[in-house]
Design a protein around this ligand. Structure first.
Ligand code: PMP
Length: 426
């Protein structure tokens, strides 16, 4: 039906003024915001999700676990049973520290990486992201320094800047964080009178670098931090996802008083549950629980109960083995395709666990500028700049192999190779 266009005086009188009012209101709120919000900017990954999720695009961008590998029918029966038998407690408020049964199970899981911990020192968090948030909240004042690997996890960098901490990067190589560089950086920061609050490190199957901190470097990293009076925050969501079933001794297993360990069920079970944990030195635990209380009152009782029941009744280790097999096959597909198709001058890491490959492209290619052209060619990645707090990372990018099938990975890498060849001709 074709309606005649309304005469100007018949148009909704509030339509245009509403847009102007929204603009004015935005200005008003901008003036109201706390200074710390200046550090809160949209991550490059989030902005990417909209384009990358179009079906024609092979997304090698996001780090989403492959949940089709979960036995969803069994889980739904479990959840129904949980509600029927324990609904009144599972849907009730709980303790800020998390449900005791789950904290005990978490201690058993951490024992697999050599950690001997008491459930009293475990705080359940809303994913390890909220652990990161709370640790930063209790330790960092504006202007404090957090030392992190170069590159580092984008979500952690966002948290640090939201608390107005400055991130100083320390290079890594194929064996993870380089101890001599850590020593040099901490000495320089001390000489400059800077207050370094903690080292944030992802020792196993690093996001985004894909590398693992060599066991022979671990004690040295701990010793350097202890000597400089710097706490270690060990973020370990991928530690159980070694493709050959290998696990590495956690930093927390070697030193209990100077390490906060963050764990998560997001990659070993499911991220939508939002269940992770923080194991803090005993002296820190109380502050952490107070921070948790003020943030969320308590972590979700329901999903904690789901995780606890799953751990008690299911072959959760079998599920982790399934995940390892799925991701190993995808890693192989990605590495094989990179070897077959990428132009000379590209270098990449060879992860033996986790979700990510870190790719360095030939000099002169800017991966951020290249991304729109890649999306036109129906492939997405995350430009390296997302993983640095100092704007570097232009000649690098992260590829995730966790979600697409091996066939899609091969197709995505073929498309990426075409894009890179095009860049070299520009
Ligand atoms: N740390 C690292 C290194 C991660 O890769 C992620 C998720 N991508 C997180 C923390 C946050 O995980 P969670 O879902 O447990 O909040």
């Amino acid at each position: 039906m074709n309606l005649p266009a309304p005469k100007p005086e018949q148009q909704n009188p509030s339509a245009v003024p509403a847009a102007a009012a929204a603009g004015r209101s935005l200005d008003t709120h901008l003036r109201r915001y706390a200074a710390r919000t200046a550090g809160m900017t949209a991550s490059e990954i989030r902005a990417l999700f909209a384009v990358a999720s179009r079906p024609e695009v092979v997304s090698l961008a996001g780090g989403m676990p492959y949940l089709a590998a979960l036995p969803l029918e069994t889980l739904s029966a479990d959840v129904a049973q949980l509600l029927a038998t324990e609904g009144q407690t599972a849907l009730q408020y709980g303790s800020a520290q998390g449900i005791p049964a789950l904290r005990e199970q978490i201690c058993q899981i951490m024992a697999l990486e050599g950690i001997s911990a008491h459930p009293d020192d475990v705080t359940v968090t809303v994913g390890s992201q909220s652990g990161l948030d709370m640790v930063t909240r209790i330790f960092c004042d504006p202007g404090d320094v957090v030392v992190a690997e170069a590159p580092s996890y984008v979500g952690a960098l966002g948290t640090f800047t939201a608390y107005q901490a400055e991130v100083v990067h320390v290079p890594l190589d194929d064996e993870g964080l380089i101890p001599a560089e850590l020593e040099r950086t901490l000495s320089a920061l001390a000489a400059a009178g800077r207050r370094v609050k903690f080292l944030y490190t992802i020792p196993n199957f690093h996001n985004p670098a894909g590398v693992t901190l060599a066991v022979h470097r671990r004690a040295e990293v701990l010793e350097i931090c202890a000597r400089h009076g710097v706490l270690v925050v060990e973020d370990n969501p991928y530690g159980m996802l070694g493709f050959d079933g290998q696990t590495y001794p956690a930093l927390r297993s070697m030193e209990s008083e100077n390490v906060v360990y963050l764990g998560s069920f997001s990659k070993t079970f499911a991220p939508g549950l939002r269940v992770g944990w923080a194991l803090a030195p005993h002296a820190v635990r109380e502050k952490l629980v107070l921070a948790a209380e003020s943030a969320t009152l308590c972590p979700p009782t329901f999903t904690q109960a789901v995780v606890s029941r799953y751990l008690a009744q299911h072959d959760w280790m079998g599920q982790i083995k399934t995940y390892r097999e799925v991701y190993r096959e995808r890693r192989d597909a990605m590495i094989g395709a990179l070897e077959a198709h990428l132009p000379a001058g590209c270098r990449w890491t060879r992860p033996d666990g986790g979700f990510y490959v870190w790719l360095t492209v030939p000099e002169g290619i800017d991966t951020k500028a290249m991304l729109p052209r890649a999306v036109t060619q129906r492939v997405a990645f995350v430009p390296g700049t997302a993983f640095f707090g100092d704007g570097t990372g232009n000649s690098q990018l992260r590829l995730s192999f966790c979600y697409p099938t091996p066939e899609r990975i091969r197709e995505g890498v073929r498309r990426l190779a075409t894009v890179l060849e095009g860049e070299l001709e520009l």
